[in-house]
Design a binder for this molecule. Structure first.
Ligand code: NAP
Length: 279
């Protein structure tokens, strides 16, 4: 057996993260004597935490809010996606230095193609939101050849900034344009458990209907009100669990060099049905 290694996730807060369940299930399925922990790192403590993790011999870290931008800036090298997004969700501690990578976009695309049988090439894709997750999705869809990318967001100036990530394929759009989209991605936190000042919908779900695939990046609760309304209007729906599993799978491969044992990882979060038939 290869030597024991440690990896983890850093964020604030981080106690509800599903990453430990996903990674530990993967390492067990790969027969590795590894373990993965959640580390709550307060804002202002990131540089010390990353330097400490590296010095202690951790293999790598998943990175979540609020550290994604600063972690990318701290690394010695950045992947093309991490450079373009100026953010990362993964740090890999290599002998030559620390690599920042972003697996969210590739994870989203893998789920879309392999689990939802949707190829974005040439399609009209709409993204609601303009934060870190929205940008990763916009970049991934642009690189996958989406025909048109529509960006819809509460704050227009942020929508323009997010559309700029879309390699000339993305533009800021009006909510009513959702009606012409083949794919609609809900990439705001609206619908998550305890969101302060919460609204029910990030956009009017009356614009959604049959012939569309609607993906909500939120996975807790498994069925947001937005997704529920979209399904009621006839759209095919999927929550963010698949993206979560796939982006973690890519991290497992970066850390261990082995293909991700996706079946074991799905089992750790309730199985594939949890992404499409949320209860
Ligand atoms: P973020 O960077 O904070 O961005 C939030 C975005 O949502 C902004 O565009 C913001 O609009 C918009 N927004 C926030 N509250 C809103 C409201 N009440 N009404 C309308 N728009 C609102 O967050 P993020 O990191 O991109 O994460 C977004 C969601 O994706 C979270 O729920 C996160 O859990 C989820 N996520 C899922 C995965 C996965 O693997 N499934 C991965 C990453 C993230 P303004 O520009 O107007 O502020």
């Amino acid at each position: 057996m290869s030597p024991a290694r440690v990896a983890g996730v850093i964020g604030h807060p981080v106690e509800h993260s599903l990453s430990p369940a996903l990674h530990n299930a993967a390492y067990a399925a790969l027969g590795l004597d590894w373990c993965y922990h959640a580390f709550d790192v307060a804002p202002g403590e990131l540089a010390a935490a990353v330097a400490g993790a590296r010095a202690l011999g951790l293999r790598g870290l998943s990175v979540t809010m609020p550290h994604k931008e600063e972690a990318a800036a701290l690394a010695d090298r950045r992947s093309a996606a991490a450079r373009r997004l100026a953010a990362c969700n993964t740090l890999v501690f290599e002998t030559s230095g620390t690599l920042a990578e972003s697996t969210d976009g590739e994870g989203f695309l893998a789920d879309l193609r392999e689990e939802a049988a949707f190829d974005p090439a040439g399609k009209t894709c709409a993204v609601i939101g303009a934060g870190g997750a929205a940008r990763a999705v916009i970049l991934a869809l642009a690189e996958a050849g989406a025909g048109q990318l529509l960006v819809i967001n509460r704050t227009t100036v942020n929508a323009f900034r997010a559309a700029a990530v879309g390699r000339g394929r993305a533009r800021v759009a009006r909510e009513a344009e959702l009606e012409g989209a083949d794919l609609v991605v809900q990439a705001t936190p609206v619908g998550m458990g305890a969101l302060e000042g919460a609204t029910r919908f990030p956009a009017d779900p009356r614009h959604l209907g049959s012939g569309q695939l609607v993906v909500d990046l939120v996975y807790s609760p498994a069925l947001t009100e937005f997704l529920s309304e979209a399904a009621r209007n006839g759209a095919r729906v999927r929550n963010g669990l698949g993206m979560l599993v796939r982006q973690a799978g890519l991290q497992v491969s970066l850390f261990t060099g082995a293909p991700a044992p996706l079946e074991a990882m799905w089992a750790a979060v309730g199985g594939k049905e949890a992404a499409t038939r949320p209860s």
